[in-house]
Design a protein around this ligand. Structure first.
Ligand SMILES: Nc1ncnc2c1ncn2[C@@H]1O[C@H](COP(=O)(O)OP(=O)(O)OP(=O)(O)O)[C@@H](O)[C@H]1O
Length: 444
């Protein structure tokens, strides 16, 4: 519950305010003198959301000088604490001057309950929102600093959604828990696995990748566990599997949903005991491997369909890192595009708008390919929308009922150039806003 401190020598006023506020779920504390008020503030500090103070305290003074001194002291010690002044209507001048000096508001006695309540509630809500914002900024900065201490394998990002995943990856890297990375093809799951490896206790060990989706199912087990000569048709000599290759390091199993049931069973055993046999061999081998798996399939649905083992799922999925599709982290698009251009060419406004408006079904991999192609196709140093081979941000629509240039530039400024955010504020789709920006020649 929010708390208001009332500093007034008149006990009747403190009681009246206490009754009024308690009916509206606001706690009150009261102090009969400036000294007592300051002492309470020093003790309760952050627990007090707002102060209501009188202007005169000694019976024979009416100058308001004590109130002014008290206000200045509160301001000095608690610069962000809102203060409402209560004053006799004959002494409004002093109060008005203090509002200019930073008091939140003043009320002439006798006050209007509704107006006082509205003022107090607004100020409390504003204070809470400001504190939450400050906290969030603080934790964002801390998170950035924390990330800078890690090896991030050249990962490029700008979007807070991506940053959350990277942060979690760095956190789980230090422990030994199995991690399942989920996300669509080309979204950067392998990059995230590399970050985990690079910051783990086995960072000096090998990083071995097996894409279970790229192999026929009969070969996956041989790839994973190895095979002795003659274990299957065509196995002319003994071969080491990925588990052996990854001993002392990390094995990244991409598209784990493609592992057939028999292989799932064996994988579960290695995860639990570190032990397995090559195909066609009875010799048990022991390894220490950190397994990171990834999938773009809905493993839960596969469990229901009986094609994925539930026990294996829970074994792999102690921590899930869900990497959003590229379109779900729009602030990453342009930084990634520039990264892939590597200073060779630049993008004009139309090209940037087109990249930002595209839905990226192939995610970062698609963006990488689009930039490579555009580099080859663009005649000069500047890539235009038409060089991208993507649907160009579409033709203008009817000109009525549209936000004008000013509304758009202001919304963009408030959104720090994040078009999706500005579009939401203007009630437009991202594409529609881009069209308008392009037509009006507005850069971000
Ligand atoms: N944030 C990023 N910064 C720099 N490069 C990236 C980033 N994300 C992905 N890439 C690059 O994009 C390509 C695709 O990424 P990656 O192979 O990690 O995706 P994936 O999700 O593992 O794909 P798949 O599921 O198809 O195997 C790679 O060349 C990778 O290096």
């Amino acid at each position: 519950m929010p708390t208001v401190l009332i500093i007034d020598d008149n006990a009747a006023i403190a009681v009246a305010l206490d009754v009024l506020f308690s009916l509206h779920d606001i706690d009150t504390l009261s102090a009969a003198s400036p000294e007592e008020g300051l002492a309470l503030l020093a003790r309760q500090g952050a627990g007090i959301d707002l102060v209501i103070q009188d202007m005169n305290f000694t019976a024979d003074t009416t100058s308001g000088a004590e109130g002014v001194a008290l206000f200045r002291e509160i301001r000095r010690r608690h610069p962000d604490l809102p203060v409402i002044l209560l004053t006799a209507w004959t002494h409004l001048d002093a109060a008005v001057n203090l509002v200019k000096a930073g008091a939140a508001d003043y009320l002439a006695k006798p006050w209007d309950d509704q107006r006082l309540l509205a003022t107090v509630t607004n100020l409390i809500e504003l204070g809470q929102a400001n504190r939450a914002l400050a906290q969030r900024m603080h934790s964002d900065i801390r998170q950035r600093r924390d990330l800078e201490r890690h090896d991030l394998r050249g990962m490029i990002w700008q979007d807070p959604a991506t940053e959350r995943v990277i942060h979690l990856a760095c956190q789980v890297a230090k422990s030994d828990v199995p991690v399942l990375i989920t996300g669509p093809n080309g979204s950067g799951k392998e990059r995230i696995a590399e970050i985990i490896q690079a910051n783990s206790s086995v960072r000096e060990g090998p990083f071995v990748v097996l894409n279970c989706g790229a192999l026929p199912s009969e070969l996956i087990e041989a790839e994973l566990f190895g095979a002795d000569a003659g274990a299957y048709t065509g196995a002319s000599k003994a071969r080491e599997g990925k588990f052996e290759a990854a001993d002392g390091g990390t094995l990244f199993l991409d598209e784990i949903g493609n592992l057939p049931l028999a292989g799932q069973m064996k994988l579960l055993r290695v995860l639990e005991t570190g032990r397995f046999e090559r195909l066609g061999s009875n010799r048990e081998r022991q390894v220490r491997v950190r397994v990171i798996s990834a999938t773009n399939a809905d493993l839960q649905a596969m469990i229901r369909a009986g094609t994925f083992r539930e026990d294996l799922f829970y074994r792999l999925n102690v921590i899930e890192l869900a990497l959003p599709p590229l379109a779900g982290r729009p602030a990453d698009i342009l930084p990634l595009a520039h990264h892939f251009l590597d200073g060779r060419k630049t993008l004009d406004a139309g090209a940037q708008a087109t990249l930002q408006a595209h839905t990226w079904p192939g995610n970062v991999r698609e963006l990488k390919n689009v930039m490579a192609r555009a580099c080859l196709l663009a005649a000069g140093d500047v890539i235009k929308a038409s060089d991208l081979g993507l649907p160009v941000a579409a033709a203008p629509v009817a000109a009525d009922a549209e936000p004008d240039r000013d509304a758009i530039t202001q919304a963009l400024r408030r959104a720090h150039g994040v078009v999706a955010q500005a579009a939401a504020e203007l009630g437009l789709s991202r594409q529609a806003l881009y069209r308008r920006m392009e037509r009006l020649g507005i850069a971000r």
